[in-house]
Design a protein around this ligand. Structure first.
Ligand code: G6P
Length: 609
């Protein structure tokens, strides 16, 4: 989704801005642009397509200057095009970039048109630029004009603006879309994600909701929504530089798939000690809330939603507590009934997904016992808005299709399940058996990764297909759903997942010799049932690809290709079987030649509805 970078320095900033945009490319976008102040005027360069095209244009037309703002746009209002790309300008003096959506843009546009403003794009953002220009007429400073502008806006924004009449500053505002300010030596930066600024600084301040700020070469002034000055110290980021380096891998996605044994170790570190699961840092009173919890409501989107569905099986099986799981975009807009003594849980890699965030805000008004987020971004909105936080420690995930963040979510949810269980008297033997499974998980995942070459060979049989069905049962049904999502996202092959027992109620009609059916078949109490489902497909001529435990006793034969997977522990089998599914999607996408790390039309962090 959209990305913002801004800089004010003694040196030329255009290359800092372009490097920042490149680091945000993973979020997904369709056009890029920048505006640089120099010599009493603002010059703007925008391109449809990749940041590299903007960079190329900049090589041909260098834009010197020590003040600038830049943006990658993911179209919401108005098609992807150069004229809709940010920055947007008002007259010749204001340039502005914006993440989010302004909902009352039509109304504001009419007002501004009536005042004589001429619009040159179809975006909601251009309204903000003209509004700021209009407010400047009755304000003492650009910051004051921005404050007045934000009061007129309905919707979400992270925004940065510059003005030729006040060239010693950038002004920024945040409401519903994150912004971070970075500090250098005699220079300051802003961005929608600190990752963009790591080459130039590691000292950051996050803007809070409703705040505006003036960012100068010599310092920063932050005001809260009441106009009161806010004092906040810069904090050192511990984020790893190499997160944005592909290393020996061809794509970030492959690198991230292979990082999973380490991610599991990191997520368990200090939390799984001497066969015991201890999480002490969830937040004050967490144990008291967990002891009182009689039901759990989990809300998430995309891959995080699939992690939630797996957790439901664990929670109801081990804790006998009802667990409801729902997609955030549905939950937020319907009348919901809250079970007594319910804990509300959000799962989010980014911690910024607009629908999940809105669901969390709604839940806070609904009488839940408490709100908890399982999140991969320590400084995110969801972490700040929730009573309790369980960090997933996957490290920065760059590939738009989530892989290592999913595995880290599953491991974290298992730790959470045991922690809630322990507050309610979970038997020690159960904790011990889960601990044992988790201790072996990194090596089991590694063993699955070691089969990458064989899965690459297998992927050739999918590349020409237009559809694929994924089947699973029990806790592997959500894994089949996640596998189908991965294949759709990066190879653009239509894929669906079914609970294998549901096959006979419809999808069997789709089966013929052209249809590949992938089955996730670990050793568990549903294996025999699953074998019957496999026979149902086989007898109708479907092409089966069965990922099965070595002891499952399913043989490759006509119409069935069996792929052996080693997974000794039932409870952690979802994480192990996820690996070949991720690899399969990746290698199919490679054959199809798609943009694996930035699939078309998708964004990493969906900060709009
Ligand atoms: C987007 C991403 C997915 C992700 C989903 C939810 O669709 O492309 O990979 O699963 O958002 O994001 P979250 O950050 O809330 O986990």
């Amino acid at each position: 989704m959209c990305g913002i970078v801004g800089a004010i320095a003694q040196r030329d900033v255009s290359q800092i801005l372009v490097e920042g945009l490149k680091r945000l490319e993973y979020r997904g976008y369709d056009s890029a642009g920048l505006a640089i102040y120099n010599d009493n005027k603002i010059q703007r360069l925008r391109r449809l397509g990749k940041v590299s095209e903007l960079d190329q244009a900049l090589q041909e037309t260098p834009l010197p200057g020590g003040l600038g703002i830049a943006h990658t746009r993911w179209a919401t209002h108005g098609e992807p095009s150069e004229r809709n790309a940010h920055p947007h300008m008002s007259e010749d003096n204001i340039a502005l970039v914006h993440n989010g959506i302004i909902e009352n843009h039509d109304e504001l546009r009419d007002e501004l048109k009536a005042k004589g403003y001429v619009f040159s794009s179809d975006t909601d953002t251009e309204v903000m630029a003209h509004c700021l220009h209009e407010e400047l007429k009755t304000s003492h400073s650009l910051l004051e004009a921005l404050q007045k502008t934000t009061k007129k806006l309905d919707g979400a924004y992270g925004t940065v603006a510059i003005d030729t009449n006040e060239p010693d500053k950038m002004v920024v505002a945040r409401s519903g879309s994150p912004l971070v300010i970075g500090k250098g030596i005699g220079e300051y930066f802003v961005a929608s994600d600190q990752l963009a600024l790591l080459p130039v600084t590691r000292d950051f301040i996050y803007l809070e909701e409703g705040e505006v700020a003036e960012v100068r070469r010599d310092g920063v002034t932050i005001l809260d929504s009441n106009g009161q000055k806010v004092e906040r110290d810069f904090e050192k980021s511990d984020i790893q530089h190499d997160a944005v380096d592909k290393g020996r891998f061809r794509h970030f996605m492959l690198k991230e798939i292979f990082e999973q044994p380490q991610v599991v170790n990191d997520t368990l570190e200090g939390r799984l000690v001497n066969h015991k699961i201890i999480i002490e840092t969830l937040g004050a009173n967490a144990n008291k809330v967990f002891a009182d919890t009689k039901a759990i409501q989990i809300i998430a989107c995309g891959t995080s939603y699939h992690a939630a569905l797996v957790a439901k099986y664990w929670i109801e099986d081990y804790l006998q507590i009802p667990c409801l799981v729902e997609i955030a975009s549905e939950y937020r807009y319907r009348q919901t009934a809250v079970l007594p003594n319910s804990l509300f849980v959000t799962i989010s890699q980014s911690g910024e997904t607009a629908d999940t965030m809105a669901a969390l805000k709604k839940a806070k008004e609904q009488g839940y016992l408490g709100t908890l987020t399982v999140c991969n971004s320590p400084a995110s909105s969801m972490v700040r808005e929730s009573d309790f936080t369980l960090l997933t420690r996957a490290g920065t995930e760059i590939g738009v299709a989530s892989t290592k963040a999913f595995t880290a979510q599953l491991v974290s949810l298992m730790l959470l399940m045991v922690t809630i269980g322990k507050a309610q008297g979970l038997e020690e033997s159960k904790e011990k058996s889960i601990a044992e499974a988790l201790e072996h998980l990194p090596s089991e995942i590694q063993a699955a990764l070691d089969q990458a070459e064989a899965i690459e060979d297998l992927s050739e049989r999918f590349a020409e297909k237009h559809h694929t069905l994924f089947l699973g049962r029990g806790q592997q049904y959500p894994i089949a759903m996640e596998a189908a999502l991965k294949l759709k996202e990066i190879s653009y092959i239509h894929a669906e997942a079914y609970a294998a027992g549901e096959l006979k109620h419809g999808p069997l009609a789709l089966i013929d010799k052209e249809m590949p059916i992938v089955v996730v078949a670990p050793k568990d109490n549903l294996l025999e049932k699953l074998k019957s489902n496999i026979e149902e497909v086989r007898s109708r001529g479907g092409q089966l690809f069965v990922f099965a435990d070595e002891s499952a006793n399913i043989q490759s034969s006509d119409g069935i290709t069996v792929f052996p997977i080693k997974s000794q522990y039932t409870i952690t089998a979802p994480m192990v079987y996820t690996i070949p599914m991720q690899l399969l999607s990746y290698y199919v996408a490679i054959i199809k030649g798609t943009d694996v790390d930035q699939p078309r039309n998708l964004a990493k962090s969906v900060t709009v509805e």
